[in-house]
Design a protein around this ligand. Structure first.
Ligand SMILES: [Ca+2]
Ligand SMILES: [Ca+2]
Ligand SMILES: [Ca+2]
Length: 227
């Protein structure tokens, strides 16, 4: 393994992990000290509402809740690709994961988690957080005009490290029919956050090992040529 190869591979992994030092940035009027990395990175699961109360197909793009908020107000939502948000449907559930950061408390009563729900009304949504995606802890919900959640109020301080957020639309509240029925989620961001190294997926490991093997083979063949 040459030092250059090793550096390139490790550099690639680190770039995936965070993309450089965190730079505070304001999104939708909310200050995110961790910048762009603060937002949810992956969809774990999406269950579009109870039977007969699911949103139309174009509103079912769960991936539209990832990354920084990007709702333009001009969505046709004829397809999920033409939409900037996902509708939960009546009683629907969305589980998102932070992969290059974790949600923490702030040590005070400032908001730690922000749910970017679009549309004129905030539709009631319960919010749970989890370290492992298995055991869920309630941190209340977003109701009325409240879109920020202070998780310190639930006993989770600066040492907390949640990787998962689950949003469940409160059935029996808001409209129960229509294309974008249920809460409409544009983005979910951790105001209080800490960057973490990304653990590569098994497939990525395989590619890295292949890369190491190729580098070794190239080094060996070059040695033979020199000899
Ligand atoms: Ca993130
Ligand atoms: Ca707080
Ligand atoms: Ca979005």
């Amino acid at each position: 393994m040459t030092r250059r190869w090793m550096g390139a591979l490790l550099g690639g992994v680190c770039a995936v992990a965070w993309g450089g030092a965190a730079q505070a940035e304001v999104f939708g009027g909310v200050d995110f000290p961790g910048g762009i990395g603060s937002f949810a990175d992956a969809v774990v699961s999406y269950q579009p509402g109870l039977e007969g109360a699911a949103p139309s197909a174009g509103f079912q793009g769960a991936f539209n809740a990832l990354g920084a908020p990007d709702y333009s107000g001009a969505n046709s939502c004829a397809t999920t690709a033409a939409c900037d948000f996902v509708s939960l449907g009546v009683g629907g559930a969305l589980v998102l994961q932070f992969t290059n950061n974790v949600l923490t408390g702030s040590g005070n009563d400032a908001d730690d988690l922000w749910i970017f729900e679009i549309g004129p009304d905030v539709e009631d949504t319960t919010v749970d957080v989890s370290v492992d995606g298995i055991t869920w802890l309630s941190v209340g919900g977003v109701t009325g005009s409240t879109r920020g959640i202070d998780i310190d109020a639930f006993g989770y301080g600066t040492s907390a490290a949640f990787s998962f957020v689950r949003l469940i639309d409160v059935a029996g509240e808001g409209a129960t029919t229509g294309g974008s029925v249920g809460a409409d989620i544009d983005a979910v961001g951790a105001i209080s956050t800490r960057a973490v190294a990304v653990v590569p997926e098994p497939g990525t490991w395989a590619l890295m090992i292949m890369g190491f093997g190729l580098a070794g083979a190239s080094l060996r063949s070059r040695r033979r040529i020199v000899a």
